[in-house]
Design a protein around this ligand. Structure first.
Ligand code: PAF
Length: 281
């Protein structure tokens, strides 16, 4: 595996490659990331993983400084997974001057997580577009765990006519259901024991919809109360139409329940896809 930090050198390495899949990450890799590498490998002969903690997508009071940086361990995992190239630019390589040109993501970016993290998706869209331009992959892989991010990236790829197929990796979970996330390492032991509630409340919504519950607002509200009465501070629980992330009408069958909530000093997100009319879960 080659570890490359410069854009020029990466371009030289990739010049002759026939099919390239990119997996953008911020490092602190876990099994969920490794599943994305595997998906990339199934589609392309050259797999590039990028590791870059992108300041642009963090708010001023967010965890940019304490975001776990574990480059040595990450590179060992990527090498084991058979990744061909890991791109590890530093900030001066990706942002040699203050970034003044941004990708404006679609309006849904100010809803759900975007309502609580102003500018987050603009930062994501901008860095991902830069990575797409640098690597020029045929495929790019993102996890469904960041459902709204995946939606934004699909939209920017389509609307900017980028010749890249976006592949979505399923969320990997711990035995108790907690979605794997780099931020899980912030959890204190008591919070970790409680953390799978987030998935359980979403599963509860899925079961209720399968059993015929039609009042989505009531389900959202009950789930939020469940979290808030168990040490959480819920930002939102929302059931949306899966493809637009807009409000779901009675006729919409493809839904997704999404949530973001704080436990201790850790903000977790999760989601569960729901096929209305699919019967009991
Ligand atoms: O999902 C992430 O890790 C980041 O948002 C991404 C896509 C690598 C952009 O910085």
């Amino acid at each position: 595996m080659e570890t490359i930090a410069s854009i020029l050198s990466l371009r030289e390495h990739l010049g002759s490659k026939a099919s390239v899949a990119l997996v953008p990450t911020m490092g602190n890799l876990h099994d969920g990331h490794m599943a994305l590498m595997k998906l990339a490998r199934a589609h392309a002969s050259t797999v590039v993983a990028s590791i870059f903690v992108n300041r642009l997508q963090f708010g001023p009071a967010e965890d940019f400084d304490r975001y776990p940086r574990t480059l040595t361990e990450d590179c060992a995992k990527l090498a084991d997974a058979g990744v061909d190239i890991v791109f590890t630019p530093d900030e001066s390589e990706l942002y040699p001057a203050p970034q003044q040109v941004f990708i404006e993501p679609p309006p849904i970016s100010t809803d759900l997580c975007g309502a609580f993290r102003p500018g987050h998706f603009r930062g994501v869209a901008t860095v991902v577009t830069k990575l797409f331009n640098i690597v020029q992959p045929q495929f790019a892989v993102f996890g469904k765990k960041d459902y709204q991010q995946l939606h934004v990236i699909r939209a920017l790829t389509a609307q900017l006519n980028l010749p890249i197929e976006i592949l979505a990796g399923e969320t990997l979970r711990a035995d108790d259901g907690l979605a794997l996330s780099s931020r899980n390492r912030y959890l204190q032991a008591t919070d970790r024991a409680e953390a799978s509630r987030l998935f359980r409340v979403l599963q509860g919504i899925k079961a209720a919809v399968a059993a015929g519950a039609a009042d989505l607002a009531e389900l959202e509200n009950n789930a939020k109360i469940d979290l808030d009465t168990h040490v959480w501070r819920a930002e939102y629980v929302a059931v949306r139409e899966r493809n637009s992330l807009g409000f779901a009408g009675a006729e919409d069958a493809q839904l997704v329940a999404l949530a973001a909530a704080w436990i201790g000093n850790t903000r977790l997100i999760d989601n569960v896809e729901i096929d209305r009319g699919a019967g009991a879960v």
